[in-house]
Design a binder for this molecule. Structure first.
Ligand code: HEM
Length: 410
């Protein structure tokens, strides 16, 4: 039997707890070709160049199989409405702008900052429930509920409907995980969940047409900008995208954050005494333990010369963000967790035109969550290190994170 490639070893769940030595191996050859025709790119400058290269497409319709053979079913038949993460310009830019206008600056500068007091309240409520025990699971009891609740709040989903969203978010995340069932089973499940979600959003949109609120959905519906209005199909695709893109990623940022802090008790203590350090600390987490470790959804639409290799047109790419984030040619002492790092243009939120749309919300959630955990848990410690991980190599994070503590500060 042939030896698995380094990339195959990265995909192996047995290496999920610590893939970083494998990334160091990968970086020795910045661009490598897998037997299935995928090009794996692992160094900072090369990843960064490809992120900004218009010859790299995010549209699954550009993906053919190896050597131009028939595309895999999930690649050949995208859903009826592709969300903007799966579009190239000009459609990407038009749809992203329509969603951005009611979300952030310059048109709506206060939306995310305005959510901070509310996020603090939700976080406080979750930690209050820790008071009558000495051990919690940071994933199930804390990090998991927060991001879905935040996206519901953002979109204007009424409180009583939110439990259904948690189920849909879980269902969709499951379908992203290659380890869960066959491709057909996952595609069927995804279609079921998206159909339920679409139906729900459709009713919600109807109610907002009559009575717009101060939420993102109403904002997208009533926008008067150059490209307005957003079609109903695109509106539904965008709402589902926000749920999928903003859920597990943020869960993993908060969980990876707490894990890293518990492994660096001096930093946890500093955060407790100087909460302001949280800003650079969260950026460093996005570099050191990025929730999105790689992206495998890109295809070249022309031959590209990079890192001493010519990647042929039509090749699938694996952009190894987490390997780029530890590239010693870009970051000083890259394997050290330095919460005060200033020169930190990490790849955790990607780059170029697809730079994470929800970054301001993700940052705010993680800042509030980690500040409050550091302040309120007295003498917290890890129960198991390393914790058990989910198998997914792309959206990497612990399945559970058991933490014990002496008491909870008010
Ligand atoms: C720590 C949390 C998060 C991380 C690490 C993260 C990371 C990323 C990355 C790497 C991409 C690029 C994906 C690609 O082009 O293939 C991306 C795009 C995106 N993210 Fe996030 N994300 C996070 C949270 C969020 C949140 C909370 C939201 C929603 C409110 C969100 C919405 C999006 C959207 C809509 C895109 C597509 C942008 C585009 O194609 O122009 N993300 N994110």
């Amino acid at each position: 039997m042939t030896q698995p490639s380094i990339y195959q070893q990265v995909l192996d769940p047995a290496n999920r707890a610590n893939p970083y030595p494998l990334y160091a191996e990968l970086r020795k050859t910045p661009v490598t070709r897998e037997d299935d025709g995928t090009y794996v790119v692992s160094t900072y400058n090369e990843i960064s160049a490809l992120m900004h290269d218009p010859r790299v497409s995010s549209d699954p319709r550009n993906r053919t199989g190896v050597d131009g053979a028939t595309a895999a079913p999930e690649r050949a038949q995208p859903e009826p409405a592709l969300s903007f993460i799966n579009h190239d310009p000009p459609d990407h830019d038009r749809l992203r702008e329509l969603a951005m206008r009611p979300f952030g600056p310059p048109q709506t500068p206060g939306r995310i900052d305005g959510m901070r007091p509310w996020l603090t309240e939700i976080t406080t409520g979750l930690i209050d429930k820790f008071a009558d025990k000495n051990r919690v699971d940071i994933v199930d009891d804390f990090a998991y509920p927060l991001p879905v609740t935040a996206i519901c709040q953002l979109l204007g989903v009424p409180l009583e409907d939110q439990p259904r969203f948690h189920q849909w978010a879980d269902g969709l995340i499951e379908t992203l995980d290659p380890a869960t069932g066959t491709l057909e089973e996952r595609m069927r499940k995804k279609e079921e969940v998206l159909a339920d979600l679409g139906q729900y959003f459709s009713h919600l949109v109807d109610s907002r047409v009559d009575q717009p609120g101060d939420d993102l959905l109403s904002g997208m519906l009533t926008d008067q900008g150059q490209h307005a209005p957003m079609s109903r199909k695109d509106l539904l695709a965008t709402a589902s995208l926000l749920l999928v893109a903003g859920h597990e990623t943020t869960v993993n940022l908060i969980t990876n954050g707490m894990l890293t802090l518990l492994r660096h008790p001096d930093v946890l203590d500093r955060l407790n005494r100087h909460p302001g350090i949280v800003i650079t600390l969260v950026e460093e987490l996005l570099r050191y333990e990025p929730p999105v470790q790689m992206r495998t959804n890109r295809t070249t639409v022309a031959d590209i010369d990079i890192g001493g290799t010519t990647i042929p047109k039509g090749s699938p790419l694996a952009l190894m963000l987490a390997a780029g984030n530890r590239d010693p040619s870009r970051f000083a002492d890259p394997d050290s967790f330095d919460p005060a790092r200033i020169d930190n243009a990490h790849l955790g939120f990607f780059g170029g035109i697809h730079y994470c749309f929800g970054a301001p919300l993700a940052r705010t959630e993680a800042q509030v969550a980690l500040q409050e955990l550091a302040r309120r848990l007295i003498n917290p410690r890890l129960v198991t290190d390393p914790p058990p991980y989910r198998p997914n190599p792309e959206l990497r994070g612990p399945r559970h994170l058991l933490v014990e503590y002496d008491s909870v500060a008010p």
